[in-house]
Design a protein around this ligand. Structure first.
Ligand SMILES: Cc1ncc(COP(=O)(O)O)c(C=O)c1O
Length: 204
């Protein structure tokens, strides 16, 4: 297990392993002919269930081969020109490089002493983004992991803006289209709103 730790003695292994992973994904991107193989959860379930987690494969190459079978082969490829379903955007290469760097360094952004650089970069980017949108100098923000967390943040701000005491939260209502994402319902629960808080509005 120690041999898997990323440190000065394993830097070369890190380079080799990540390159093998990148090669595997790049080959997939270069050859994939349709956005989706059609394999659904019912079909994939037994494949995933059959993996014996108590018997590790031994090395990264074997794990990548397995990943090809259980994930990459049937993943949905947003980058494909014929991908038209949901709103997911294609991925840009610099972002993938950024993610790879982040996962390797694994900074903890919760305190200044653990990540001055990362936190300053985040603040600078937020200020720059807010200025570009024209939100004014008082604007602030935070990067989120995606839609669920963004909806939660937005609804938290709305709840705070209502300036109610916790025992009054049951009065709050969220009007949301019947097509809205289920994370709105989840956020309402997390924010301590009542069971009837989300009002689904029909659309035509
Ligand atoms: C409107 C909306 N909110 C939330 C989400 C959930 O996003 P995530 O998976 O990034 O949390 C989605 C995902 O498609 C969405 O379309």
């Amino acid at each position: 297990m120690r041999s898997h730790l990323l440190n000065r003695t394993t830097a070369e292994d890190y380079r080799r392993s990540v390159t093998a992973g990148v090669d595997q994904v790049a080959a997939r991107f270069a050859s994939v002919e349709r956005p989706f193989s059609g394999m659904d959860a019912d079909g994939l379930g037994p494949v995933i269930d059959a993996i014996d987690l108590d018997r590790p494969l031994g090395d990264t190459a074997a794990a990548l081969d397995e990943l090809g079978e259980v994930y990459l082969r049937d993943a949905v490829y947003f980058h494909h020109p014929r991908y038209l379903a949901h709103l997911n955007c294609p991925v840009v290469i610099p972002a993938v490089v950024g993610e790879a760097v982040l996962s390797a360094v694994n900074s903890s952004l919760d305190t200044w002493d653990q990540s001055a650089g990362g936190t300053l970069i985040e603040r600078r980017l937020i200020d720059w983004t807010a200025a570009r949108i024209g939100l004014g100098p008082a604007a602030d923000g935070v990067f989120t992991s995606g839609g669920t967390q963004s909806n939660l943040h937005a609804l938290l701000l709305a709840r705070e803006e209502a300036k109610l005491r916790p025992e009054e939260f049951g009065r709050l209502r969220i009007l949301t289209s019947e097509c809205s994402h289920f994370s709105v319902q989840k956020s309402a629960k997390l924010l301590g709103l009542g069971p009837d808080a989300v009002v689904s509005v029909p659309v035509d």
